[in-house]
Design a protein around this ligand. Sequence first.
Ligand code: 13P
Length: 281
Amino acid sequence: MTAAASFWLGTSWKMTKTLGEAGAYADDLRSAVEAGSVPPELRLFVLPAATSLATVRDRLDGSGVALGSQNAHPGPDGAVTGEVSMSMVRDAGASLVEIGHAERRTLLGETDNMVADKVAAAVSAGLTPLVCVGETTAERARGETPDVLARQVRAALSQLGRTRPTELLVAYEPHWAIGSEGRPATPAEVSEGLGVLRRALDEDLAGTPTSVLYGGSVHAGNAADLVTGLPVDGLFVGRAAWTAPGLLDLAHRSADALRRRTLHRPKPPDLVSAIVRKDPR
Ligand code: 13P
């Protein structure tokens, strides 16, 4: 990995794509990687539905694009009908696992406690958690955003004990900014929340490489402003990256914006490892 390859750009396909559509997307992405048209500054990731993880793994193997699951159950393999375990998604090709997305919290009742169990199970299984946090419209209106974010991120880490992840990603996705009903956030609206998350991670996971991503209605028209205007280590995208050209367009826009960025330069990975090793460099 080059020192500059440290800005995450990824997409969750959510509940979309047949096997054929998933394979075609992966083939297009692979062709772009092989043609050298993915900016080297970016760490791309794709989170297919569980049904197409293995297909996408086969097509993207060796491409450098990270693959993840949108969810997994925290328990060991066994009698839990309808669920897939951390080890099963890892076996199917995931290196990342998304935990606590807003849609799972609101539509499926995922709680802070469930998120905590999943984060601990993911780390035990050798997966990198991508923990999603974010306030609802009502919480924001009541001025609770900083408290909600601090509570959610601290809860997510609460079952780790002394275990430390090799790496951890947190995506700040305000509920009101997500999906077709969502309103894109401006940098001014989310920079305070990003600061809360960064401080909580620096305090609670000092020495662990952590990245804070922004997600919620990211699209071609606002990606550059989000990259230049926010202290983030990546963008997490839904609808605008549900086609390979959509993801690649955002990759170019993000890379151009990164080159213009003065606000926040992600730490190069070699410096991160030096901090982890506690090298007196
Ligand atoms: P949209 O980009 O479609 O708003 O979705 C964002 C998201 O939920 C990513 O996890």
